[in-house]
Design a protein around this ligand. Structure first.
Ligand code: ZN
Length: 450
């Protein structure tokens, strides 16, 4: 066969082994994984013994388009994502307007179609006002549905306890997955009011949204999932107690998966206190002890996915003129740095098997959300969504150079040294990012349905 492209001489991470090999690509698909030096190809990339892995899939991304696209949009966000090894993102529905029906889905799809350089799937919203019409979102191709257990702004009415049960019955009947932002609304409201007379800081932020607010919400979701059989997904887990509970629920055959994010493994309110509102994220970054304990559940496979929860805000938003930090929105950018940072922290520093890392970064998400084997694996017939990562190329994170709209260097990872670097990212056989350059036009990405 004559290939369009061969990536040769790579340390290729397959699902069951890592082999020194070549990948032949034809018509955007992986046509072969082979060892011979004898081949014919239009183009060749020499991977030079670097890691060649399935492109990362982000289960949790915010690009704020439509709505607050001055923070981030599909064009800048996906370029940043491509530079950070992502080939597909699952974009969250709580934009403004939120994705809750045909009109709002189409609105977002058009923005994505115009701007995105990598592939994308769209979450739909399960809110207090659209539970009778979730079938519309399924038919449009939403990858899954997302609900909030507490106040999430007027554009996205949250699901109270009864609505969570109702939503699960309906989502189960539709054979979809229901994801949750899980924090108990009463605990958070009561404690926020209690502490609000004091000046805000990261420690008080954790006290106003304590670990047991998250644990209570997760516990209820697991209980309802067991009752209804609805497949659920816990978003951005921040607490080891939650991981322990989910681990037991999995043993009890509850249909649950869980994502967590780089900031819950790398940041805590003690060591990163001075980053103030720039490290304000919901759920909060926790104590050093909790952060350390989260690692056990990443290494032992309880946590299924490494997501980013990429959500940049501007300096004006993070440092409001009136000085009231209690009103500052939670969120921080990371889509361009999370993948290499976490490869460094897991595989390089803690000896995680690269096969397990790829499960966390790509394969598990593809399997759970119905994109596998098209995505999430280097195997014959799959989309050639590939990242080439050099494990021996130290660099220093500098947000001012990011492709993201957010170039504010006041961010917790500014100046951090990372030992490995994304060199090249391919989406469906096309190089979208190579050594600092985006190499495709806006709109190269396509919508991926389950
Ligand atoms: Zn989020």
């Amino acid at each position: 066969m004559k290939y369009d492209l061969v990536i040769q001489n790579g340390k290729v991470v397959l699902e069951d082994k890592v082999i020194h090999s070549n990948i032949g690509i034809k018509d955007g698909k992986i046509a072969d994984v082979f060892e011979s030096d004898q081949f014919i190809a239009d183009n060749v990339i020499d991977a030079n013994n670097k890691y060649v892995m399935p492109g990362a899939i982000d289960t949790h991304t915010h690009f704020f388009e439509p709505g607050a696209s001055y923070r981030e949009d599909f064009e800048h966000g996906t370029k940043a994502a491509a530079s950070g090894g992502f080939t597909c993102i699952m974009e969250m529905p709580n934009s403004n307007p939120a994705v809750v029906d045909l009109e709002t889905f189409e609105m977002k799809r058009k923005f994505a179609e115009k701007g995105a350089v990598i592939d994308y799937a769209l979450w739909g919203g399960a809110t207090a006002t659209n539970l009778d019409n979730l079938d519309i979102l399924k038919n449009l191709g939403c990858i899954a549905l997302k609900g909030f257990t507490l106040y999430a702004g007027t554009a996205f009415p949250y699901l109270n306890t009864e609505m969570q049960m109702d939503a699960m019955k309906k989502v189960k009947a539709l054979n979809m997955i229901l994801g949750f932002h899980a924090e108990d609304p009463v605990i958070v409201k009561t404690l926020t009011e209690k502490y609000q007379s004091q000046s805000w800081n990261l420690k008080i932020h954790d006290m106003s949204r304590p670990y047991y607010a998250e644990l209570a919400a997760i516990s209820q979701i697991l209980l309802f999932s067991k009752e209804t059989g609805c497949p659920v997904h816990i978003c951005h887990l921040s607490i080891p107690e939650g991981a322990e509970l989910i681990s037991k629920a999995k043993q009890d055959n509850v249909n649950v998966t869980v994502e967590s994010c780089s900031h819950y493994f790398l940041l805590n309110y003690e060591d990163y206190y001075q980053y103030d509102t720039y490290a304000l994220i919901q759920p909060p970054i926790r104590s050093r002890r909790r952060m350390d304990n989260m690692w056990k559940y990443l290494m032992n496979g309880t946590i299924d996915y490494l997501a980013t929860d990429h959500a940049p805000y501007t300096e004006e938003e993070k440092e409001p003129e009136n000085g009231n930090k209690w009103d500052v929105m939670g969120g921080s950018p990371s889509i361009d740095v999370a993948f290499p940072m976490m490869f460094d922290e897991t595989v390089i520093k803690r000896g995680m098997d690269p096969i397990q890392f790829v499960k966390l970064s790509s394969t598990n998400a593809a399997k759970r959300f119905g994109m596998y084997p098209r995505k999430g694996s280097i195997c014959k017939g799959a989309d050639a969504d590939i990242v080439i990562l050099n494990p021996n190329e130290p660099w220093i994170i500098d947000r001012s150079k990011s492709f993201s709209k957010s170039k504010n260097t006041k961010f917790p990872y500014q100046g951090r040294k990372v030992n490995c670097k994304v060199n090249t990212t391919l989406v469906r056989g096309n190089v979208v990012y190579n050594n600092g350059q985006i190499t495709v036009d806006n709109g190269h990405g396509i919508l991926i349905k389950p």
